[in-house]
Ligand binder design. Structure first.
Ligand code: CA
Ligand code: CA
Ligand code: CA
Ligand code: CA
Length: 447
């Protein structure tokens, strides 16, 4: 009996920390090298080590440095973007929220390192964050073709910016109204159910059926595979390629993550609004869960940050929970307070709404925070969740109530969290301890 219980406990401890979070863009799919997230190029983390260039890696890459390699952070190796016509790294581009970009101009472009193909199937989804683009004939922002008549390309003019692929003939979906000076979250999805092109989250073009895209050639950014003399001027913030389709909830989540990060306004489906200036610019590490309908659900996410949220108890149609942080330091400060003594220097804010931004309730959620290396949090000094419940921007009038459980690796789990509500901020603290004297012994407890 005891043996069985012991074995069950051992098994639980082995399995519990292995509940892997969706750590792809916005918390959609996995950056583990085995998922449909095949390509994830993020100019704010050019070397894909998880630390933001020019910030936590201050001085590593300075503006004007030429980029000979843009590392793929999807986990798939050998698919980085390389160059022999090196573009430039800009540490802070005002047109994209002062985030880093790769600047393709003056004939410079990127191509798959080691000429690796993306091994695409017939369905795919692409997101591109771009600014200051030029339009010229056959100048693609993304290109993947073996011969002139094999493959796909994203290119065109302001009046017909299009996604084209070849299957016994070129088939394109295109839209008008593109500007050479506006920032965009561009996305296109080719699926058996149809082909769609989106501009800043809004559907702008569609067509029927899929078109085959089985090419063995390298992909290119800013140039044409079959004629690299034709190049496009564009600043790229992020390029994401999924070898498959996203459901509608996942597409909305990735779009909101990119919009918040690069400050690209969304005319529609702008569910997360804590990235607004008025809300305090919680632009960083945005992730979300949500549900469009029974066929379009995303209920577990982590993204690029240290917060994972999953298992919502009451996620109904047209309900979303997004969170993002203020890019505060992953360190703690001593606090003089009646209820807690140390506080994490990073704060999050939550949007819990429908598409019309009306407040909803996704029920309770389970949450994990990865505090590896963040002193002094530990199994002894474990973090308590602290929510600014009266939404006055002040944590010192709040009382920590919800203790995290150490599940290994300084990751702490909070179950059945009901405190997160629309527009509220949260962080983590270590409560003040009170000495309690009990006839024979004196011990301390967390308040
Ligand atoms: Ca980095
Ligand atoms: Ca937003
Ligand atoms: Ca913002
Ligand atoms: Ca408060």
């Amino acid at each position: 009996m005891y043996k069985k219980v012991f074995l069950a406990l051992v098994l639980w401890f082995l399995i519990a920390p292995m509940v892997v979070s969706q750590d792809g863009p916005g918390g959609v799919f996995y950056a583990n090298g085995a998922d449909q997230l095949q390509l994830w190029l993020d100019a704010t983390d050019l070397d894909a080590d998880g630390r933001r260039e020019g910030n936590s890696e201050s001085g590593l890459i300075t503006s004007g440095t030429q980029v000979d390699r843009w590392t793929n952070k999807s986990g798939y190796t050998g698919r980085d973007a390389g160059a022999n016509q090196e573009p430039w790294f800009i540490a802070s581009h005002s047109g994209l929220n002062n985030m880093s970009v790769v600047d393709l101009k003056s004939g410079r472009f990127l191509q798959a390192y080691n000429n690796r193909a993306l091994s695409p199937s017939s369905q795919f989804t692409i997101f591109i964050v771009m600014d200051d683009q030029s339009f010229c004939s056959n100048c693609p922002v993304f290109n993947h073709r073996t011969t002139y008549n094999t493959g796909m390309t994203i290119e065109g003019s302001a009046s017909n910016f299009k996604t084209s692929s070849y299957q016994g003939g070129w088939s394109s979906i295109g839209s008008s109204g593109w500007s050479s000076s506006s920032p965009y979250v561009f996305s296109t999805q080719v699926a058996s159910s149809g082909r769609n092109q989106y501009r800043n989250g809004v559907l702008v073009a569609s067509g029927s059926g899929t078109t085959s895209w089985n090419v063995t050639a390298k992909y290119l950014l800013g140039a044409n595979t079959i004629n690299t003399g034709v190049t496009k001027t564009v600043k790229l913030g992020e390029v994401i390629y999924y070898d498959g389709t996203l459901n509608d909830a996942q597409r909305i989540i990735v779009t909101n993550y990119l919009s918040a990060k690069f400050n690209v306004p969304l005319p529609g489906n702008d569910v997360y609004n804590e990235d607004d200036v008025a809300a305090g610019d919680y632009d960083f590490d945005v992730a979300g869960i949500g549900r469009v309908d029974v066929s379009n659900i995303h209920d577990s996410a982590q993204g690029t940050g240290i917060i994972k949220i999953f298992s919502p108890s009451d996620l109904d149609d047209n309900e979303y929970l997004f969170w993002g942080d203020d890019n505060g330091s992953l360190s703690t400060a001593t606090i003089t307070n009646t209820t807690y003594v140390r506080q994490l220097n990073r704060t999050w804010r939550v949007s819990e709404t429908n598409l019309a931004r009306n407040t909803v309730d996704v029920g309770t959620v389970d949450m994990e925070v990865d505090l590896a290396g963040v002193s002094p949090f530990s199994a002894v000094d474990r973090p308590f969740l602290l929510v600014d419940s009266d939404n006055d921007g002040d944590f010192t009038d709040e009382t920590p109530t919800h203790a995290g459980t150490d599940i290994g690796g300084n990751v702490f789990r909070f179950t059945a969290v009901s405190e997160l509500q629309n527009n509220l901020r949260f962080t983590f603290v270590i409560p003040k301890r009170t000495a309690i004297t009990n006839r024979n012994i004196t011990y301390r407890v967390n308040n």
